[in-house]
Ligand binder design. Structure first.
Ligand code: FRU
Length: 931
């Protein structure tokens, strides 16, 4: 904007200078009455003279002897605002008003040759027409020797020269009485009217001695008429003007057409000089009268020579003027060029300044930008590194999560197995315990027993009961978990039930000096439907615990009340005891089965889980709070039910998702637990599937030093373990009960998780047909029993090695041999490799995207790729990128940065870092080596 303003100002200044040079100082208008050679001469002289003045423009208009036209011309000049007017009035009277108007408007007016009827003009310049008329009169009188008839042909009778030339002539001939003016006619300053007028005069006058013509155009007209009448010799002809040039006065004298002519000077130069004096406010005469002289045969020749010389000089002046004009126009052009050049120079200079400034600011901006870019790149490197680390952490987390899930499954299975085990044991315990309890009861009835014997038997009975209760609790809990718990609601008055059950604890209270209190909200109805037996178990369990954990002199309190929650009535009771405190961490798990707070808390850890199960069976809730101040408080809420239909059905009670039958089958055998404990993942693993334990242990013995060995006793166990452990190799017997070896192999090869595992089939049968079946099932090798241990070991080694080659596939870039890998894996790996190749340029590509493309979840893809290649998908992606980069570096002319972007690194420096980590040298080092 700033620069544009300066350029505009510059152009204005130059424009103004140029305009000032062209604008004239003075504009002069010339209004001529006629258009003839005398006027032409005068006009030329005016224009020539104007050239000697700076800044003067002259415009000439000719009216063609028409008063109206001349008045319009004057009006034009007034309107144009000329600085001065030169007027030769066609006729005096008609032209007077317009000339006066111009003069009154302040325009200086010079009258030339012809006057107006007013003195409202600035100056007058002309020869004295009266004097010329008088000179003509005297010349004629002398030539005619004082006697003769004269004819006068005048100019336009309304013009002042015509009037004055007549008056002067009359004055002169009045001194000669024998000189008579016999006729006079208006020839309007022109030849044709003169010829016509002379013709009629000749007819009227038989003797004419002289013709007085008012100018040199009228005279030849009269001569021509006389000649036509054959009388030209009898008279003399005298004219006025004496102009040089063809057909003009001087030539007419020399040609003897005229006897004489009188000089009527044009003096255009003098007219302009006068105008300039006026305009430049110099002194000037108001009236300038110029001289006249007679031209006849005595001086006409000299005159002609002089005028020819003068016109030559005039021509030279014209030529000179032309040259000056050319020179001036060249100067003007040069000036324009110069100014133009100056402008261009200034513009260029301005532009240079602008460009220089822009370059400076561009450089500054570039510096700032590259600094910002550098910082951004640094940040991006860090982010990319962090992203990679995050990806790795995520992979690790996924791995850990897998392990945790596996662990939790194992834990679940272990717990389940424990429970099954306890259930079985409990079943086994109950019969003998019953067989102990019953005889003890009989013995106790014997009155002959000594006190000590009776006491000891009571001790036995009490402990047998405890054992029975524990056993029953376990069995009940299993029933509850399996959804087989019976629920038999009957109408109960909870208040009276609780009061009755309290009595069982009075002895314990007394013995431990425990203050046992029971509060109940009075005037409350505690009737409801409940399974009395289970309610009793709930109450006894909570109170037993309370008494067990309350120290001597402590307090156990039961509070019974009723409340309303969302329009439903609930029975609410708390069992609290002082002196024991359960931490928040334990409280969270206290109702879990087998959960024991610590070693000091006796019991199986199933009692509270069972209490919770019984409460839930009633549709109720149980919770516990514990702190040092108030001790431990168990709170139970049971909904009040009035009819059996409201009770929760068995189906509503929590049911274990694993059925008893299946859970027994799923239980981990002891040897599998041991296997998992001792599983050595650093060695390749081999799964042996054989129903013959001797064969298993034999092969186990062959392999266990170099391999981690897993055993399965039949086909289905084999499949389960293959899925679970994904071993590096499977050796399977063909003939097995249930799923045989061929079917087992077929199933393993059809599962994506296991299809890559090589399978060796072992069989006692060496029939080719069976071998074909085995290979059709996807077996990788076939060994007949009895087999050589060396052969088996060699085959195991070879198959595991060839599988390793597959793992090197991405690292080494070898093509896959068909026999190395099952079709499904080959397709999978090829597809994955093609996917990486196609997409590696995308720096935002991640494992989720790859998984999606492969039709697997992120975790599934991770496991599969890891088991096939030992690399995580991310590692493979990076390795593939770096390998491509290495080949581009070796084969293309691309820069390191271009290659980095090409293979999907979003930052060249991060690319260089990873490359160096992978190949031990930076890409730049490689290029140097190459170049
Ligand atoms: C030219 C002219 C001359 C004459 C003069 C008188 O127009 O006719 O021949 O002398 O005017 O005004």
């Amino acid at each position: 904007m700033k620069y544009t303003q300066w350029i505009v100002i510059l152009f204005c200044l130059i424009g103004m200078t140029a305009c000032r040079q062209d604008a004239p100082r003075f504009r002069i208008g010339v209004a001529q009455c006629s258009d003839d050679s005398w006027r032409h001469k005068m006009n030329d002289e005016i224009l020539r003279e104007a050239m000697f003045y700076d800044g003067v423009s002259v415009e000439i208009r000719s009216a063609g002897d028409d008063n109206r036209q001349q008045a319009e011309d004057v009006r034009y000049f007034i309107d144009k605002g000329v600085d001065l007017l030169i007027i030769s009035a066609n006729e005096a009277a008609p032209m007077t008003p317009i000339v006066e108007e111009a003069y009154q408007k302040g325009i200086p007016v010079i009258l030339v040759d012809r006057k107006i009827l007013s003195d409202k003009y600035t100056a007058y310049i002309s020869a004295d027409n009266y004097e010329i008329g008088r000179a003509v009169g005297n010349y004629m009188a002398s030539t005619l020797k004082g006697k003769g008839n004269v004819v006068e042909l005048t100019g336009l009778s309304g013009s002042t020269p015509a009037m004055e030339r007549h008056q002067g002539f009359m004055a002169a001939i009045s001194n000669f009485p024998d000189i008579k003016l016999i006729d006079k006619a208006d020839a309007a300053w022109e030849r044709e009217p003169a010829e016509v007028a002379m013709d009629s005069i000749l007819r009227c006058h038989p003797k004419i001695d002289a013709v007085y013509a008012h100018n040199d155009r009228i005279a030849p007209g009269a001569y021509q008429a006389a000649r036509k009448a054959g009388r030209e010799k009898e008279m003399i002809f005298v004219g006025i003007d004496a102009l040089p040039g063809k057909g003009n006065g001087l030539e007419l004298v020399l040609d003897s057409v005229l006897n004489a002519t009188f000089i009527y000077p044009t003096n255009g130069d003098k007219v302009l000089q006068l105008a300039m004096n006026i305009l430049e406010a110099k002194p000037y005469p108001r009236e300038t009268i110029m001289n006249t002289a007679v031209v006849d045969r005595t001086n006409a020749h000299v005159m002609q020579l002089q005028t020819a010389h003068i016109s030559e000089l005039d021509e030279k002046i014209e030529t000179l003027n032309g040259r000056i004009d050319g020179y001036l126009s060249r100067v003007a052009t040069q000036q324009v060029v110069m100014y133009g050049g100056l402008v261009i120079l200034l513009l260029v200079a301005g532009l240079l300044v602008v460009v220089y400034n822009s370059l400076r600011s561009k450089n500054r901006l570039n510096r700032e930008l590259s600094e910002q870019k550098r910082q951004l790149e640094e940040q991006r490197d860090k982010l990319e590194e962090q992203r990679d680390q995050l990806e790795q952490q995520r992979d690790k987390l996924a791995e850990q999560r897998d392990q945790l899930i596996q662990l939790s499954h194992q834990l679940e299975e272990a717990t389940h197995a424990k429970l099954v085990f306890f259930t079985n044991i409990s079943h086994d315990f109950r019969t003998p315990l019953t067989l102990v309890a019953d005889p003890v009861e009989h013995l106790l009835a014997d009155k002959t027993l000594s006190d000590d014997q009776h006491r000891m038997l009571l001790l036995v009975q009490r402990n047998v009961n405890i054992l029975l209760r524990l056993v029953n609790q376990i069995l009940d809990f299993r029933k509850y978990e399996n959804g087989k718990m019976e629920y038999t609601p009957v109408p109960v008055d909870i208040l009276s039930s609780f009061k009755g059950w309290n009595e069982s604890f009075l002895a314990a209270a007394r013995k431990k000096h425990i203050h046992f209190s029971f509060d109940n909200m009075p005037d409350t109805d505690y009737h409801t439907l409940a399974d009395v037996e289970k309610l009793e178990r709930i109450y006894f369990n909570l109170l037993s615990n309370a008494f067990k954990f309350t120290p001597e002199n402590g307090k156990v309190t039961v509070r019974l009340s009723a409340l309303t929650k969302e329009d439903d009535r609930w029975i609410h009771f708390t069992v609290s005891n002082t002196g024991s405190m359960i931490s928040a961490e334990h409280i969270r798990n206290i109702f879990d089965r087998f959960y024991k707070i610590d070693m000091h808390h006796a019991g199986s850890g199933i009692g509270l889980a069972l209490v919770k199960a019984f409460v839930e069976l009633h549709g109720g809730t149980i919770s516990v709070e514990s702190d040092e101040k108030q001790g431990t408080v168990f709170t139970v809420d049971l909904p009040v039910r009035t009819c059996a239909c409201e009770t929760s059905s068995l189906e509503e009670s929590p049911v274990s998702s694993v059925s008893e039958a299946s859970s027994l089958n799923d239980a981990l055998p002891i040897e599998e637990e041991e296997l998992e404990k001792n599983y050595d993942s650093s060695k390749p693993s081999v799964l042996i599937i054989d129903d013959n334990v001797d064969i298993r242990s034999y092969v186990h013995g062959l392999l266990h030093t170099d391999y981690t060995v897993i055993e399965a006793a039949d086909g289905s166990e084999g499949i389960r373990k293959a899925m679970k452990y994904v071993p590096d190799l499977i050796i399977s017997d063909v003939m097995m009960p249930g799923i045989d070896g061929i079917e087992c192999c077929r199933r393993l090869k059809s599962e994506l998780q296991t299809c890559h595992i090589p399978v060796i089939l072992l069989t006692a049968c060496s029939l080719d047909e069976q071998k074909i079946q085995g290979y059709d099932g996807g077996a990788d090798s076939y060994i007949s029993k009895p087999f050589s241990s060396q052969l088996l070991l060699a085959r195991v080694r070879n198959l595991i090695d060839s599988h390793r080659r597959l793992k090197q596939f991405f690292g080494g870039g070898q093509a896959l041999a068909k026999e190395d890998v099952c079709d499904m894996d080959k397709d999978f790996v090829e597809k994955f490799k093609a996917l990486i190749d196609a997409k590696m340029g995308d720096s935002g590509l991640n494992v989720e995207d790859l998984g999606k493309e492969m039709g697997l979840s992120r975790v599934q893809l991770y496991r599969k790729i890891k088991s096939l290649t030992n690399y995580s998908p991310n590692e493979l992606l990076r390795i593939a990128r770096l390998k491509r980069a290495a080949s581009l570096l070796a084969s293309s002319d691309m820069t390191v940065a271009e290659i980095g972007y090409e293979v999907g690194f979003s930052s060249p420096s991060y690319f260089a870092k990873c490359y160096k980590e992978q190949f031990g040298e930076s890409p730049t080092d490689l290029l140097k080596r190459k170049g």
